[in-house]
Design a protein around this ligand. Structure first.
Ligand code: HMG
Ligand code: MG
Length: 302
């Protein structure tokens, strides 16, 4: 077993985290959060999504947020674009990467993006082509790769199938997402193995929600396979509006603490990251959903 010496993290908090907030979060708060994340050393940030404002009202300010961020060179700003309408809207804001998002489960595909898996691929294909023509990278998020809120357990063969379809339309890298955080290490490894049949190690990332408290263990299991791209959410923000009861991704703070403790480099300053988490949590009038942030804040107070 050779663990990666370095992990590349995408903070998905501004998108995956905030999309789930019921109270409106003003664009200037979202912009400040993105800027604090880049100041903390994040090199990839998922900023917003270009989806229907009727479906996800919180992301309706996508243009304001994307155009308001004082971008830093060397940082990749990604956005979700489920179809050509979303891609055309995003193009104006010059994202570095667009993310199409499909599901390993048919029921979740219908609930989340209102079409079957096969139809979703038909919608993604022109997005991939247009993105490549515009020099924009393309990632494919694969939801419900271990469990689905509507279908229950999801077999690795479903992930194999979806990853193959995504590869077939030219998607460059994929996220293996445990949308509802039900996965445990061996199940997550099986889902990752299915994705690795189609994409190499540099192009598969882990996206683990922490609903059942398994996300760090699942990340460790992924690291043991050599998977070194991971996604996390500052202050543990979030959930998915179409996966009731599911909580946010593993907090970036907890993940960074674990990785640094293992001697794995992330390029992230944990103190500044915790401050970013406090900033957004203060706005939301709650404490960061991160054990590490809580421990460090208690220590600072003492
Ligand atoms: P639809 O209703 O099937 O689309 O929605 P449509 O093409 O039939 O159009 C219907 C209306 O939506 C029209 O407007 C379109 O213009 C508009 P109307 O004529 O009624 O006024 N429309 C759009 N508006 C803005 N942006 C667009 C867009 N497309 C159509 N891109 C659609 C299909 C995908 C748009 C819809 O189902 C949707 O917006 N769903 C939201 C999905 C979402 O954001 N989910 C959360 C993110 S995914 C996630 O969190 C999982 C992830 O983290 C990984 C994991 O953890 O699993 C990535
Ligand atoms: Mg997610």
């Amino acid at each position: 077993m050779v663990l990666p010496v370095q992990v590349r993290l995408i903070d998905v908090g501004p998108r995956d985290g905030l999309q789930n907030e019921k109270q409106p979060v003003p664009a200037d708060i979202k912009i400040e959060l993105v800027q604090r994340l880049q100041q903390a050393g994040l090199k990839e940030i998922e900023v917003t999504s270009y989806v229907s404002p009727k479906w996800v009202p919180q992301m309706a300010d996508n243009h304001v947020v994307m155009s308001g961020v004082a971008r830093q060179p060397g940082v990749r700003y990604s956005v979700l674009t489920p179809n050509m309408k979303g891609f055309e809207a995003a193009l104006i804001d010059k994202p570095d990467e667009v993310v199409v998002f499909g599901a390993a489960s048919e029921a979740f595909s219908q609930k989340n993006i209102n079409c079957s898996i096969a139809e979703s691929i038909e919608r993604f294909a022109p997005v991939v082509q247009a993105a490549k023509a515009a020099g924009i990278a393309v990632r494919g998020a694969m939801s419900c790769t271990v469990g689905c809120p509507y279908e229950g357990d999801i077999a690795p063969a479903r992930v194999d199938y979806l990853a193959g379809l995504m590869k077939g339309i030219g998607i460059e890298r994929v996220d293996v997402a445990d949308t509802i955080g039900v996965g445990t290490p061996r199940k997550v490894q099986a889902a990752l193995e299915a994705a690795l049949k189609h994409f190499d190690l540099d192009h598969v990332s882990g996206h683990f929600h922490d609903t059942y408290g398994q996300a760090l263990s699942n990340t460790l299991a992924a690291l043991e396979m050599g998977v070194w791209n991971h996604q996390a959410s500052v202050a543990g923000l979030g959930g998915c509006p179409y996966a009731k009861g599911a909580t946010g991704n593993v907090s970036t703070e907890d993940l960074v603490y674990m990785l640094h403790g293992m001697g794995i480099d992330t390029g992230i300053n944990l103190d500044k990251l915790i401050d970013a988490g406090v900033f957004i949590s203060d706005f939301l009038q709650r404490k960061p959903n991160s054990r590490v942030a809580t421990a460090v804040l208690n220590k600072r107070a003492g």
